[in-house]
Design a protein around this ligand. Structure first.
Ligand code: GLA
Length: 734
């Protein structure tokens, strides 16, 4: 059994929950007459549950039943499992309420628990899943005796991977309405192991750059209040012990299965304890809960690795591949697509698209994706969002004609939407000026000359769904790129009552989830790719609906090395939207070899974003070879274990990463020399993930090497001449 409850371990420790994954244990205690929930341990798997002695209740302040005189000291130092604020714990709390009388403090103490086979779904929210024999869940019910406010803490442990998920359901069991002003989904109170916080920072076109900073006294927060998970910060944090690298060191990581405002923070307190919390950002959040009503907070995915960052990465990859990504394409090779955005921007028509498709199909490309500009009066990005009717001046003969022509070439057809938006210059806005999110009576702030639709209104949501579905029903469309090109601002709704305005951000995210759920239910065969001005909504919440997400609008192969390194630190390569584009690159103006662009895009979904009728002949000639390479390696890339060998982001010269099949019989490493160094003849790389006892042949070479030697003594990459050059190294068991 992966979840056990042991009772009466000492005078003060009334019970202990022990949760085990294959290599980790997580231990919670029920403490004192008042039944505080204390966090006892998270780390390498333990073979015993006698841990009462490590709970700090005998030093300093005793438990309140013995020393109520210093209750505040107890609350402010005790390692809490789900801390509430206002009564004496001055560290970051996980929950805040405001009663009808305006009071705020509360305590959530143990009432009861149940252990459930499998994993319950979270109402209205994306969440990981597992069959009854693959995971077990623990629900601990807590209550604030003063208000009757309850919280059900849900934990799930998995049999096949070192992951624990957490979420919280709030229940107003009192007699009066109240407001929830803050709800986080997880907390870890631990001793500080000289931790460094690892997070992913960025901007448009440079998403998810890895950032490492020491955790010192005070609080380090990573957050978004943009209404989406954002380009700038990512709902992820790892605390890594000093000196952690790919193979060594302790790592505690949290990742949020949510696509809206979030906050994750690490706080080092006066006793050198660390509190790490994650959840919905409290700013702008206030949820009204009537007696009997419940609120479900989103899920946090947590992992612990005692073998460095590499193990953390592989646990996330396995977990997301097996327990979060769903649908038709979950375990399937994706069609190689060609997208016309960087090829044509808004300047296209049926003939142009068919010309691209024709040439692409001859080269082995499998799907044409028509990007922005096919609807209403969308001649540029200043207008027409919301007018989801086909522009027949551009698409002469209509959409079905175009799709049929593309299908006749043996290609699939995909389409771009930005369903959540409304342009001021659109028929939709002229008909429904109050459908945008805006502070009533005040002109809203524009971003890319557009507003966000108030999807919290049922009629707006239904209209939006029908606009998309009508197009999808009208032709054989097999792929959707769902874009979202601005952040939320001017939070206000012509629909929500004043006391519920604080619900808008979260209701908006729930509405997006509902739209995507409905779409995937009606069109289950669709390949959905989420996108947000590149990768501003690349998060596990969206991954639940779409097996791949557009990683960044920056398609430059060198910039992508850093973006894809950060993204692949958590996400499987199969989820990372990556395309070969034309040069000079449209974002940074750099020219890189076509071959390198292909190698870098191979560590993602792989596709093209260029006008294949216009690129240089020698580049076009390379496409069939790249297509063959994709077909040859994609199973390995999609299913293999990922290893990071060298980071250009850190060393400024070269990048190297690889994927190894689960049976360790095959591996593919990618080496990119970003900058050549004068008088520097070769680079030695040390392969990772091979079986030391197996012998491997490197494709193109006669010699056979032992896995042990390749990993310990390494391999020389020779004769790389020039900048931006790349090489694939393919190993097969000999
Ligand atoms: C966003 C996307 C791009 C493209 C444009 C279209 O920026 O990330 O790929 O679809 O919108 O307007």
């Amino acid at each position: 059994m992966a979840i056990q409850y042991y009772q009466n371990l000492s005078d003060d420790v009334k019970g202990i929950f022990k949760l085990d994954t294959p290599n980790t244990s997580y231990v919670i205690g029920v403490v004192d007459e008042e039944k505080f929930l204390g966090h006892i341990y998270y780390g390498q798997r333990l073979n015993d549950y006698h841990l009462a002695h490590v709970l700090r209740i005998q030093e300093g302040p005793f438990v309140p039943s013995k020393n109520n005189r210093d209750r505040v000291s107890f609350l402010d130092s005790f390692p809490m499992e789900y801390p509430a604020g206002g009564l004496g714990d001055y560290r970051e709390s996980c929950i805040g309420i405001e009663t009808k009388g305006g009071n705020m403090g509360l305590a959530l103490n143990y009432v009861s628990h149940k252990i459930i086979p499998g994993k319950p779904e979270l109402c209205g929210l994306p969440s990981s899943f597992g069959k009854e024999d693959a995971c077990n869940s623990l629900e601990i019910l807590c209550e604030d005796p003063h208000t009757g406010f309850r919280a059900a803490l849900l934990y799930t442990v998995f049999e096949d991977v070192d992951m624990i998920t957490r979420s919280v359901r709030l229940i107003n069991d009192g007699k009066e309405e109240l407001f929830v002003t803050k709800v986080f989904s997880s907390c870890l109170d631990m001793d500080n192991h000289d931790f460094e916080a690892i997070s992913l920072h960025g901007s448009w076109a440079r998403e998810r750059h890895i950032q490492k900073v020491p955790v010192s006294h005070g609080k380090l927060s990573i957050e978004s209040i943009r209404g989406e998970s954002s380009h700038q910060d990512h709902p992820f944090m790892a605390l890594a012990s000093k000196g952690t690298d790919q193979e060594h060191g302790e790592v505690y990581a949290m990742h949020f299965v949510y696509s809206g405002n979030f906050k994750v923070s690490a706080q080092s307190d006066q006793f050198d304890q660390i509190r790490m919390v994650m959840g919905i950002h409290p700013e702008g959040f206030k949820w009204k809960l009537m007696p009997g009503e419940e609120f479900q907070a989103p899920e946090v995915v947590m992992t612990y690795s005692s073998e460095g960052l590499g193990r953390m990465t592989r646990s996330f990859h396995d977990f997301y591949r097996n327990h979060l990504i769903r649908g038709e394409y979950k375990d399937k090779k994706r069609p190689i697509l060609i997208n016309n955005w960087e090829a044509t921007y808004f300047e296209f028509d049926t003939d142009k698209l068919i010309a691209i498709a024709k040439q692409a199909s001859e080269l082995g490309i499998e799907m044409l994706v028509m990007d922005d500009g096919w609807f209403g009066n969308r001649c540029d990005d200043n207008r027409a969002l919301g007018d989801w009717t086909v522009n027949e001046e551009k698409l002469r003969g209509g959409l079905k004609y175009l799709v049929d022509e593309v299908n006749k070439l043996g290609m699939k057809f995909g389409i771009w939407f930005e369903p959540e938006m409304i342009s001021p210059d659109s028929d939709l806005c002229r008909a429904h000026p109050d459908w945008a999110i805006a502070i009533p009576g005040k002109e809203g702030s524009l971003c890319r000359n557009q507003y966000v639709l108030d999807l919290t209104r049922r009629e707006v949501l239904d209209h939006t769904y029908e606009s998309v579905a009508k197009i999808l029903r009208s032709a054989n469309i097999e792929y959707v790129k769902w874009d979202m090109n601005r952040q939320l601002s001017d939070i206000g709704s012509a629909f929500l009552p004043p006391e519920q305005m604080g619900e808008l951000y979260h209701r908006y995210v729930l509405a997006v989830y509902e739209l995507q759920r409905r779409m995937m239910e009606e069109f289950p065969y669709l390949l959905l790719e989420n996108c947000s001005g590149g990768g501003a909504r690349f998060d596990p919440g969206m991954l639940y609906y779409s097996p791949q997400i557009w990683c960044s609008d920056d398609t430059d192969a060198i910039e992508r090395l850093i973006i894809q390194e950060g993204t692949a630190m958590i996400y499987p390569l199969s989820t990372i939207g990556a395309h070969v584009s034309d040069c000079p690159n449209h974002t940074v103006g750099r020219t890189t070899p076509f071959k390198t662009r292909g190698h870098v895009a191979l560590a993602g979904t792989f596709g093209y974003e260029l006008d294949v009728t216009k690129i240089p002949e020698e580049d076009r000639e390379m496409i069939p070879e790249q297509v063959a390479m994709y077909h040859k390696y994609n199973d390995l890339v999609r299913e293999g274990d990922y290893y990071r060998l060298a980071s250009y982001h850190e060393n400024h010269f070269y990048d190297c990463y690889g994927v190894v099949s689960k049976d360790q019989k095959e591996a593919l490493y990618t080496f990119v020399q970003v900058l050549n160094r004068p008088n520097h003849h070769s680079r030695r790389i040390y392969f990772k993930g091979l079986d030391p006892d197996k012998r491997y042949r490197i494709e193109g070479e006669e010699e056979v090497y032992s896995g042990d030697v390749l990993m310990k003594a390494g391999y020389l990459i020779r004769n790389m001449w020039g900048d931006y050059k790349s090489r694939l190294i393919h190993l097969m068991e000999a």
